[in-house]
Write a protein that binds this ligand. Sequence first.
Ligand code: BDR
Ligand code: CA
Length: 327
Amino acid sequence: MDADAPQPEPRPLILDVDTGIDDMIALLIAATSPELNLRGVTCVAGNVEIHHVARNTGKILRMVGRGDVPVSIGAARPLQRRLRTAPDTHGPTGTGYVELRGEDRQLGTTEYTAIPASRYLGAHINRHPGEMSVVSLGPLTNLAAASQNGVDLAGATRDVIWMGGTLEERGNTTETGEWNACVDPEAAEICLRAGAIHHLFPLDATQDIIFSMEDFGALPDTHLAGIVRDALRFYVGFHQQADGIDGAYLHDPVVVIASLLRPDLVTETVSETLACDTSSDPHLAGSLYRAENDDRPAVNVATAIDAEGMRAELIARLVRAVSAPGS
Ligand code: BDR
Ligand code: CA
């Protein structure tokens, strides 16, 4: 690489999260990767209730010196359904064996913005037409609300990326349903119908890589690395029980890396016209299906990832994030 060659401008990004253990890893990587310009983070209820999501998100950003990133608090519940959370997967407050409770003066304050997430997304996207990447790592409630408020997610962004759904892989919530889609199926359907999702990373892609506790042995001996390790121990314990695997799927950081930082690690994509089941049948709601004879826009779906390349990239970026001074 030519060290004197001009580097491209960091890519402007808004992350939408329901922090959550794998969201936490995604946040750490997005906030510390020099190729990215994290302009804001919007919070949505999902893995845990919205107050846990907001507090975890603010605190994680501060731990890597990114208290400057505005955090906007979004939907406290799905558009039409009761909120379900996943304490068995992510722990009672979203960070496994760790609880990021209490104030820590040394960490300073987070810029919580008074503007709710759907309006925050709209204001930012409209101010920078065609420039923003939006990556959603949770239920699509905030994005659907923005779309319903007239925000042109499809046309006015650079791209919108979602971790959600499953095509051929068995679901992780119902037989055919993935968590983010199952928490708010109506929101997923609104976004898919509007063509608001350009790139989809379902379980078919994110479950190509199992991260083991041995992989995290590469983390340094810092305070933040200890927090991350404790959270991941919980997550691995859950996956051992629920999926019988010796490790865990890190869906959300895999998507941040594969979509924004190392698209070369995506080894297979398909174009699909997709819809989300919104029926009252709990076994079906949240399942994605191919919407035959529908004129909705197609979605670019990643279905396979280079597992060893992703493992090396994710661990290297996580090591850097938790090694930052003060962490
Ligand atoms: C998705 O569901 C959540 O539990 C994770 O944070 C991830 O976004 C995986 O199905
Ligand atoms: Ca998530």
